[in-house]
Design a binder for this molecule. Sequence first.
Ligand code: SR1
Ligand code: MG
Length: 418
Amino acid sequence: MEFAALKASELSAYLRGVPAVHKLLGEPDELDIVEVGDGNLNYIYFASNAKTPEMSVVVKQAPPFLRLVGKTWPLTRERMEREVAALRRFGALCPDHVPTVYHADSQLFLMVMQRLSSHCILRQGLMGGTIYPKLADHLSTYLAHTLFFGSDLFLSPDIKKQAVAAAVNTELCRITEDLVFTYPFEDHPSNSYSAALPRAAVDRIRRTPALRVAVGEMKWAFMNRAETLLHGDLHTGSIMVNEDETYVIDPEFAFYGPMAFDIGAIIANLLLAYFSRDWHGRQDGGSPEAYQVWLLDQVRAIWSGFTAKFLSLWREHEGRSKTHFIGDEPDRACADAFKARFMQQLFTDTLGFAGCKMIRRIVGMAKVAEITRIPDDSARAAIEVRCLRCAETLLVERASMTTVDDVIDLAWKVEAAA
Ligand code: SR1
Ligand code: MG
């Protein structure tokens, strides 16, 4: 039977028939249902008690196609089951930063989850210039916990291999392989370019050999390094925030991949926010600099917080299990050297993935609002060129950029050269 999006009355009747959800909503006779309509992949609804609107949940349903494009881009609906599994896994590892799943239906491919009504999408908050004092602490905690506990540094080898197999996500990984690592670098019909983006900037992406090789290396790493269970699409639209709380949503792209992919996604999106601030920050007679400093501070604090927390989880695990990944040794010199190399490689890969993620948002198919909402074509193009320059350096020079301050310096330098 052909898929049809649920009507409000159908969804209301359905939810009233799920006792746990009905109870959470205060057992009303009718529900207010609003389709939010902002998902690239799925239908998303708010379902609320009409008399007590604060009693509310989110319903997410996967249609058998990519919503952004429509029926001409079919997708299997089982992606909803993978998303539910990932949310539950991440929720168990990091309950303060992952919304609760109340109910999942594997016939209708829908789930009912916690409504974050006092939170906004981080991308929107950053466009508005809001400071989130706890953001870096929360995101570094989320990254350290999810990336460490899914990996061979914590799991036994047999459990980890089962987890890799259970999280195979062929279809959505293919989207990333194409839209992040391949199409933006060739003349592909899915690419789109803003009105004033200079042809030379696009050509440079396609024709710089060192860049193409670097992107190839990152694509290979993405496809082959099953290190941990990733979120897989950790941009600022997948994060909800307020002053006190941070939640990571939408892990439908979850799979076992390289740790640096999630960290790189966050850093890339903070850098896109940083460069686009040059326009947003000047609206209403303001100036962008103070908020740009805050954005780069977040990059620094997320990386350094992540490093400290990840290494601390690693040490605690070694203490408890009385084992070391590299085996016994008389002192800890080799284990410490291994850890230092591990973190350095993670940083290098983070920069490479960040570069790919920035480029795809400028020349590829799915763009970001902080750039597309700039109505002045030439201002937008100037910002896009800076994003591309920064991304190129991140990719090409990633091995010689050894500290997060190198990234901050690069961002300032690219901005100042404008
Ligand atoms: C074709 S789907 C476009 C993008 O939306 C998701 O958020 C992923 O980033 C995907 O690449
Ligand atoms: Mg998403």
